[in-house]
Design a protein around this ligand. Sequence first.
Ligand SMILES: [Zn+2]
Length: 341
Amino acid sequence: MRLLSSERFADHLTPPGHPERPERAEVLRRVALEWAARGHVLTEPTPADEATLALVHAPEYVAAIRETSGLAVRLDPDTTTSPDSYDVARLGAGGVVDGIRHVLQTADDRAVVLVRPPGHHAEAARAMGFCLFNSIAVGAAWARRAGVGKVAIVDFDVHHGNGTEAMFYDDPSVLFVSSHQYPYYPGTGAAHDVGRGAGAGFTVNLPLEAGAGDADLDEAFRSVALPVLDRFQPDLLLVSAGFDAHEQDPLGGCRMTAPGFRSIAGLLEDVAARHARGRAVYVTEGGYDLEALAESLDGVLAVLERAGTSAGAPAMRGDRARGRAAAAAARAALAPYWPGL
Ligand SMILES: [Zn+2]
């Protein structure tokens, strides 16, 4: 397992009181250093160049973000830059590329990229929801160009990954699976949004009613996400690991706990082992309670450390009604594309 981490992620500044604050980078850094102390290799990411960012972003948009260098600019009601934001955001996207390169080119098959700001709301030509560049989407597009046949992106952040979805909406080579609170910011992610054209069936939305907890996520993943992933058979698994579905999170309205995230990571490890020779790259997204962020991330890293031996995580106990409802809606929408789902 390779960790990609940098103190530089604290250098993207946000206005006072903003939940996506530099202290999040300090938490990510602390967790990374703790794992490094236990013998895991930590590397500094390299920034993505503009051609790499332009794999998913409009070149004019990349240039517009570059032009905020040295400035504090409000890009949308929630999303601002500070003087170093362009460089910090390029470092995040570059870190995902570095992590993917690592799992493709070495015998090591796991990488975890500990980055802020998050990226999954950023669209091709639009910053939104605290996100500047869509790091995981840049990584997926880079992997495809590097010759990876099929990429699966699983996003368990409490918010729908609208940017990632839009970038691959008509692309059958990138499966996008998102569990999220619904209806909620940013408003997208309905079960009937399944992709378009050749990409129809390759977007899987699992919209969960507020209050969903560990067992609901477990249900939605086991009954829809995992069967679709198993049929898709990804060559590489990428994970948008947001931890704002945690019960302590000040933004999200879900009730997950650290063991729940750990359990989801176990299920995803099994998918990576079955189809992708274990190759999985995790990328942090949201998670705004610092303690919950640290504890949840630490649990996921513990699962990844046991690479290849995580099979058969027991089902999480508890109320599954919201998970069943999300799964039923998704199954109805996806059945035409995945017969017998
Ligand atoms: Zn989020």
